[in-house]
Design a binder for this molecule. Structure first.
Ligand code: NAD
Length: 361
């Protein structure tokens, strides 16, 4: 899933990423400039969040939406959901440029796609924004619980990450108990805090770090974790590193420093370069739980909202992340390929198999 050269024409970029459709949405009256990318709909409608970001160039926005929508295809596939992959980006500052009119106009564009694309919240958008989009189209998930939606996905995402950690622990130590294991949680925001709680409930030793030092101190006190400086995390001798803040924290420099045996966290796109760093981790003997496999709780939550599943069913689907992670680790070991390559293979195979089923109708 590496990105093609930014200088490529739009059509060659679509071809390189394998996209089905890209829709440019423009409305000078509200200032809306958005791109909706539909990567693949073999398994079902393309579901993906709407990100609002002040991209420096339109080409940056296109690159981001193409990359993110493709990874949604893989995430839905490996989680066993009947969903395709899509994503949308609105170009603009979410604090300054976001208005009801802009969001509702954007909702009209989604409506015109007749259910081929379903959106949800992402960076720069929130459940309130989804309510505005819902005023124009039904094809939006993640609206507040008070109006029948699934609400905040973060506790479910944290549960999925927790299951992914346990699957890795089982692989490395022979049993999946976290009692006495040590975990560095980098980023204690919505997902990170819930993860700290789950880990502490199972008596793991938790080192918590965040750029927000006051916040991390409070969370450490609340759950009995140890707050550590963000600049010191790679010096800690812990069993597990759980990146729950930003992407690309695993690169050639940090891999040299890492002392842990397992990397498993919620942040999207943790490997700076999927192929290069995936293989470096394999060679160093560090088990990497591919982010899109274990952070699928958010999309599972949206899928449950779409299908009208109960909370119990949502939890069950999320707990399946344990088995999904085990399968990835097994294939990686069997074929001596990186875990990300193994995950991609499994996700692609499911799509190819279902494509065959559909073409035989
Ligand atoms: P959040 O914004 O609530 O929390 C992120 C935390 O990371 C914040 O506390 C922030 O201060 C901290 N942070 C930012 N930069 C940091 C740095 N350099 N070092 C240490 N801490 C830093 O976000 P979230 O919803 O908890 O999501 C965390 C990650 O998980 C993101 O990468 C997100 O894309 C991914 N994710 C979230 C969900 C979900 O359900 N929320 C689902 C899938 C993936």
């Amino acid at each position: 899933m590496s990105a093609p050269d930014c200088d490529d024409s739009i059509f060659s970029q679509l071809e390189a990423f394998g996209h089905k459709k890209v829709v440019y949405c423009s409305d000078p009256e509200t200032g809306l400039k958005a791109i909706i990318a539909i990567h693949d709909t073999t398994l079902g409608p393309a579901l993906g969040g709407t990100r609002m970001w002040a991209y420096k160039t339109e080409s940056d926005a296109l690159q981001d939406v193409l990359r993110l929508s493709k990874s949604m295809t893989y995430k839905a596939s490996i989680a066993g959901l009947n969903l395709g992959g899509g994503k949308a980006v609105i170009i603009g500052d979410s604090h300054r440029d976001k208005t009801e009119a802009l969001l509702r106009k954007f909702g009209r564009f989604i409506k015109n796609l007749n259910g081929e694309f379903i959106t949800a919240e992402d960076v720069g958008t929130n459940p309130r924004d989804m309510e505005y989009i819902r005023m124009e189209t039904q094809h939006v998930m993640g609206v507040p619980e008070s109006i029948g939606g699934s609400g905040d996905p973060s506790p479910i995402t944290a549960l999925g990450v927790f299951m992914g950690i346990k699957a890795c622990v089982k692989e490395l130590y022979g049993n999946d108990s976290l009692t006495g294991r040590s975990v560095i949680v980098q980023g204690v925001g919505h997902v990170g805090e819930n993860l700290v709680k789950l880990l502490r409930d199972e008596n793991a030793k938790v080192y918590a770090s965040d750029i927000n030092e006051e916040g991390v101190g409070q969370i450490a006190r609340k759950y009995g974790a140890e707050a550590v400086s963000n600049s010191k995390i790679f010096e800690i001798d812990a069993d597990i590193y759980a990146p729950c803040a930003l992407g690309a924290t695993i690169n050639s420099e940090t891999i040299k420093k890492l002392k842990c045996g397992i990397i498993a966290g919620s942040a999207n796109n943790q490997l700076d370069d999927e192929i290069v760093h995936g293989r470096m981790l394999l060679e160093k003997g560090i088990l990497f739980a591919p982010d899109y496999v274990i952070n699928a709780g958010g999309i599972i939550n949206c899928y449950s909202e779409l299908m009208g599943f109960s909370k119990k069913r949502t939890m069950q689907l999320t707990e399946n992340i344990y088995e999904a992670t085990r399968n990835v680790l097994k294939l990686s070991k069997c074929e001596n390929i990186s875990t990300i390559e193994a995950a991609n293979k499994i996700a692609e195979k499911r799509i190819a198999d279902i494509k065959k089923v559909k073409s035989s109708y």
